[in-house]
Structure formats: C-alpha cells, structure tokens
Design a protein around this ligand. Structure first.
Ligand code: NAD
Length: 361
C-alpha cells in the first residue's frame, strides 16, 4: 500500500560541472556567467593553486586574494570587499574548502557579485545559500540566494593532495549533511534519494581515499558523494547534530570537520528511534548489520579519525554551557531534546565512548 506523500521541494538555480580536468572549463564558465574580471579567492595555504587558476583564466583575472580564514571573520570579509573594489572585479572565483567559498559568500552578500566555486574539500558550502560571519567570537549565519554560487566546478584532480586526515573528517562532515536531511522537517523524496546515495558513495570511497589519496576514481566518487550531501544541506533545515556542532565550533572554537566527525554518531544515536525512515535509508547506504550510528562510529574508527571532543581540546566543564545553549535556541529535531539527553550525549562524545543504547534511551 502506498503512503500519501506531502512535501515542498525548492530547486536551487545553479550549474554543476563535474569530472577530472573540468578546471580547464573555468574560462567558459566565467564567460557564461557574464563576468569580465574576477577576483580569485583561496586560503593562504592554497595560494599556489590560486595563482595557477589566475593564470588559467588570463585576462579574466583581476588578481588573487589568498586570505580566506575559517568561519569568515568580519575583518577578513571587509578586507576582501575592499580588494574587489580596488581591483574593479565584477565577480569572484572561490577555490578551496568552505573557508574560501565562505569568503566569496560574504562578498556576494554585501556587493551582490556572482561567485563561481571550485571546491577542493567535501564540506559542501558551494551547494548552499547559507552564509556565516564571525564577529567578537560569535558566528552569525543566514540564508540568502545572492550567496549561492552560480556555477560549481568539481574537479577531483584538485583533491589528490588533500591530506588523508582532512579527507576523512571532511567526508564525515558531508555525511552529516545527508543524515540530517533524511529526518529534516522539510525532507522531500528527491532529497532523501540524494542523501542515501551521497552517504553510500562517501562511505564506499573514503577508505580507498584514506589508503591512497592519489586514487583518482575514489577521489571522484568521494566528490560525487560530497556534491549530493552538500545539495541536501542546501535544500533542508538542519537538526540537533548541526546545532551541536555550531555551538561547539562557535563557542569553543573547535575545528569544524573534526567536530562533525566526533558528534555525528552520537547525535544520530539520539535520534534513531524517532526517525525509522532515515534509519532504513542509512542501513541501505551503509550495509552491514550494525545500526547506522554504530556503523558510522566504526567507519570513523577504521579511518583513524578523532573519537572524542576531549582530544579536539574541549574542557569537560564546558558540557553544561553547550547543553544550555542548544536548549535555549533549539533547532527542529525528530526527538525531543532534553537536558539529561544532551548531557549524556555530550559526555559520551567528550570521552570518546561509542554511541550505545544509553544515548538512545
Ligand atoms: P577549509 O576550507 O578551512 O579547508 C581546510 C584546510 O585544508 C585549509 O587550510 C585549506 O587551505 C586546505 N585545503 C583545502 N583543499 C585542499 C586540497 N585539495 N589539498 C590540500 N589542502 C587543502 O575547511 P572546510 O572544512 O572545507 O570548510 C570549513 C568552513 O566552511 C567552516 O567555516 C564552516 O562553517 C564552513 N561551511 C559552510 C557551509 C555552508 O553551507 N555555509 C557548509 C559547510 C562548511
């Protein structure tokens, strides 16, 4: 018997170009977007790639701005906007992870310029209209279609040098987007299909990527999964897991992808009993006999990812503060979030304990 379905799905207006070597199509993408002189944005450690991209696009380059920082400090956004004005750029190409793309979004938010994204991690920011800015240690976020990159080029060759540890945690960060999309209040059938396929692709590719970072087919599969998972993030409202990571990253300055990796099995264990359809999809995607939270925990252990918030630098005493923050401004969640449940969940994540029945009771 088929169930009556009820949902709203909004597609985001965006071009996606994927495949080995597609970076060479960047000049065409810039022309297709109607841009004449773009500023190339990247993190300091990716300056050589930024310069290579500027060389590739020739006269279309206004220059390279290699000053992207994690969580987009407002000062860094202001400096980048000044550089855009000084060079007369009419758009930006953001090359790198969520930090470079986040800087592009901060420019687009104020100046309304178009962005083209060339992602080199699996974080997924390129597929969302979510922006973030950090001021006085507090991160503000919002949604605005102006910050959605008009075009995204996924070239797996650019990810061959992403270190194994970063690849694993960045991939788990992507999987978290898909997990929460499966039980989001605004989940839809097409996004659930993308989420299941995204988790399947990444869970299969990450062990091969961790074993040999230069394995191009595995890199291409991981990037394909990251695209799907990022699309899920862009299309739905996030729940407890993202709220926890937002609080931990914003308040305690814990590293983004590593925090997602540690928290995900615990947040999922907390929600599993209240999200049977999501659990069924994740079981199909992850295979094996374990429940999905245990399967993701096992995957992270096999790939050598950090297991605890303690090893990421969190003090145990901060658990109460984070729980209070999450309870004060809760996100939608399939299971009611209680102080006891949160304290137990954070205690396990802090200590690096496996996600067991206690965090689901
Ligand atoms: P990141 O962009 O800071 O990259 C991590 C490090 O890896 C950087 O030093 C970078 O230069 C380096 N790097 C990137 N690609 C590389 C490659 N191919 N080879 C070698 N080194 C490489 O980190 P991230 O995890 O990609 O992004 C995190 C940021 O993105 C956070 O600020 C987070 O809040 C934001 N984010 C935003 C959204 C959104 O929708 N707005 C989604 C996900 C993440």
């Amino acid at each position: 018997m088929s169930r009556a379905r009820s949902f709203t799905h909004q597609s985001l207006p965006q071009r996606v170009v994927m495949g080995p070597g597609v970076l060479s199509r960047l000049p065409d993408e810039i022309d297709a977007a109607g841009l004449k002189r773009v500023l190339v944005l990247c993190s300091p450690s990716r300056e050589a790639l930024g310069e290579a991209v500027a060389q590739l696009i020739g006269d279309r380059s206004a220059g390279v701005h290699p000053h992207a920082r994690m969580h987009v400090p407002v000062e860094s956004a202001a400096a980048a906007r000044d550089r855009v004005a000084e060079l007369g750029a009419d758009g930006c190409v953001a090359v790198g992870g969520g930090s470079a793309i986040g800087l592009g979004k901060a420019i687009a938010l104020e100046l309304g310029l178009k962005i083209i994204a060339v992602p080199t991690t699996y974080a997924g920011s390129e597929m969302t209209s979510v922006w973030g800015l950090t001021e006085d240690g507090r991160k503000r976020t919002g949604k605005d279609l102006r910050v959605l990159p008009v075009s995204v080029l996924y070239d797996p060759e650019l990810t061959l040098g992403l270190p194994a540890a970063v690849s694993v945690t960045s991939g788990m960060n992507a999987i978290a987007h898909a997990v929460e999309a499966l039980y989001a209040p605004d989940a839809s059938p097409i996004i659930s299909l993308m989420a299941e396929e995204g988790v399947r692709a990444l869970a299969a590719a990450l062990p091969a990527v961790a074993a040999d970072g230069k394995d191009l087919p595995a890199r291409a599969d991981a990037q394909y999964g990251a695209w799907l998972c990022g699309s899920c993030l862009g299309a739905t409202t996030m729940s407890l897991h993202h709220k926890l990571c937002h609080a931990l990253g914003g308040t305690l300055d814990l590293p983004h992808a590593e925090t997602h990796t540690v928290v995900l099995p615990h947040a999922l264990a907390y929600n599993q009993a209240a999200a049977p359809d999501a659990v069924a999809a994740l079981r199909r995607a992850l295979g094996g006999d374990d429940d999905p939270a245990t399967a993701l925990w096992g995957l992270a252990r096999r790939l050598g990812a950090p297991a605890s918030l303690r090893e990421l630098g969190m003090e145990k005493a901060a658990i109460g503060r984070i729980a209070e923050q999450v309870l004060a401004h809760p996100y939608a969640n399939p299971r009611q979030v209680t102080a006891d449940g949160l304290t137990d969940l954070l205690g396990r994540a802090w200590a690096g304990e496996p996600p067991t029945a206690r965090s689901t009771c």
